[in-house]
Design a binder for this molecule. Sequence first.
Ligand SMILES: [Zn+2]
Length: 183
Amino acid sequence: GFRQLLTWASRKTHGAFVFTSNVDGQFQKAGFAAARIEECHGTIHALQCVNACTDEAWQADDFNPDVDETMCRLEGELPRCRHCGSLARPNILMFGDWNWVGKYADRQAERLAAWSRGVERLVVVELGAGRTLPTVRRFSERYGPRVIRINPRDFSISPERGIGIAAGALASLQAIETRLRHG
Ligand SMILES: [Zn+2]
């Protein structure tokens, strides 16, 4: 699925921009440029101070958690804030989270806004975005009427905004690609 999206992006004059609530860094891993991704809920690949003593976050590459799977407990040292020595935590937005450092996501949002201003006819391919926390769905709908909402259950969308496809992401992307190729 990621590869298919990359292929489509490579065929477009302005490429693509990813807007995701996923925090797992899979788009980067699949080959999307970091400068073309907005992670609206942050990322598990960065750490920040639990008290947000500064608005800095840093790459979590050096932190290799050794977990006792039976006890579900971290063995060894907890990650620490580089600045004050307090506990460090993932730079992920949680529920009721007032200490999340959002400036990196804000910068990504600025890049996305700047990019989208240069695109004449933006098409949004929305994949598996839930209704419980509708951040991604609301984002897509701002760019109607060319939204393709792909979702096995919550596929409905008003016709002025786009079309809904009631199926899984990979199968839908492959079916669209087949149609694009064979008309
Ligand atoms: Zn700190």
